[in-house]
Design a protein around this ligand. Structure first.
Ligand SMILES: C[S@@+](CC[C@H](N)C(=O)[O-])C[C@H]1O[C@@H](n2cnc3c(N)ncnc32)[C@H](O)[C@@H]1O
Length: 305
């Protein structure tokens, strides 16, 4: 896959670049206790924020053009645009490079016959703008559920951005899809707790164990996530959530992220080592995006062994 050059209107996310360790209270420090996570809630499409200034611009992704919404982080959270406050605001208002890598990789997977979204239940974790989930909608998924840490991100950005992209592609808006029995739903909350709210989750660990034999479980067929594995402290809860949500044995996870997040310790290697030690899922590399810097970006696919 070719390296991404910076597109007009695309905000390069700099917090994790090798040269910028951004002293914005971002580092995972054992001495800095984090606030309790916000409560898990379902955000209804009617709760869309109407008062904020919201603008959109087109993003050319090769064979596909999607719309990217923009809101002011200061207006939503009272933070400057580069802030990310662990446990309070996890960066969902910015568009990260990984989500574009993921959409491009999904596009190739569909084109090459390795993946189909038709009739599938899809969950996008850590969605922010929700572009991978939008792609799943446009490719005919039966249900797409979007999750972000912050309800404000969903109200102010995710729902308007999903709407803008659906309308641009002559699809019914979020409210109309939902009214007609479709499944576009939005959930906010921490990965350690959100399984209590997500509709397609199975809690029974035994069902994931090959030795017990497993039937088809009504969980998510496809889980998508971009730039979610940056923080060492949340990798385990993210992985536990994935295991609860992925339909066994045929469900798959597509993950886009940087190999290493300098200064914060996470990255695809850290996450994949958890997966490997657990032995329930196996990973294969789908795409690598090297733009000449030391920070290689990757897209991985996980499936049950
Ligand atoms: C860096 S942003 C990436 C946003 C988007 N996927 C993109 O690539 O543009 C990381 C996202 O992960 C989610 N996130 C991070 N830590 C989380 C946690 N502990 N629980 C739930 N979500 C979390 C937040 O919702 C946030 O939007």
């Amino acid at each position: 896959m070719a390296a991404n050059s910076q597109k007009p209107g695309f905000e390069m996310f700099r917090l994790f670049s090798s040269s910028d360790k951004a002293g914005l209270g971002f580092l995972d420090s054992p001495e800095t206790p984090q606030p309790p996570p916000p409560p898990c809630v379902e955000v209804l499409s009617s709760e869309i924020s109407a008062s904020l200034k919201y603008t959109v611009e087109p993003l050319n992704l090769g064979e596909l053009t999607l719309l990217k919404g923009r809101v002011n982080t200061q207006e939503v959270f009272g933070l400057s645009n580069s802030d990310l406050v662990p446990g309070k605001y996890e960066g969902g208002l910015k568009l990260w490079e990984g989500s574009l890598d993921l959409v491009k990789a999904l596009c190739s997977e569909v084109k090459n016959g390795n993946l189909s979204f038709c009739g599938k239940r899809v969950l996008e974790l850590g969605c922010g703008h929700g572009l991978p989930g939008v792609f799943a909608c446009l490719e005919g998924a039966a249900a797409v559920h979007f999750q972000d840490f912050n309800a404000e991100v969903i109200r102010c950005l995710t729902i308007p951005n999903v709407n803008a992209n659906l309308l641009e592609n002559n699809q019914p808006s979020v409210a109309n899809v939902s009214n007609s029995g479709g499944e576009l739903r939005f959930f906010a909350g921490d990965w350690s707790e959100i399984h209590k709210l997500l509709p397609h989750v199975q809690e029974n660990e035994k069902d994931l164990n090959h030795s017990s034999g497993h039937g088809q479980i009504a969980s998510y067929d496809i889980i998508l996530m971009a730039e979610t594995v940056y923080s060492i402290s949340t990798l385990q809860s993210l992985y536990e959530l994935i295991k609860k949500c992925t339909s066994c044995p045929h469900g798959v996870v597509y993950m886009a992220a940087k190999k290493h997040y300098f200064g914060v310790g996470g990255g695809t290697r850290q996450f994949l080592s958890l997966v490997e030690k657990d032995g329930i899922m196996a990973a294969s590399l789908v795409a690598e995006v090297a733009d000449g810097s030391s920070n290689v970006r990757e897209v991985w696919k996980l499936s049950f062994v």
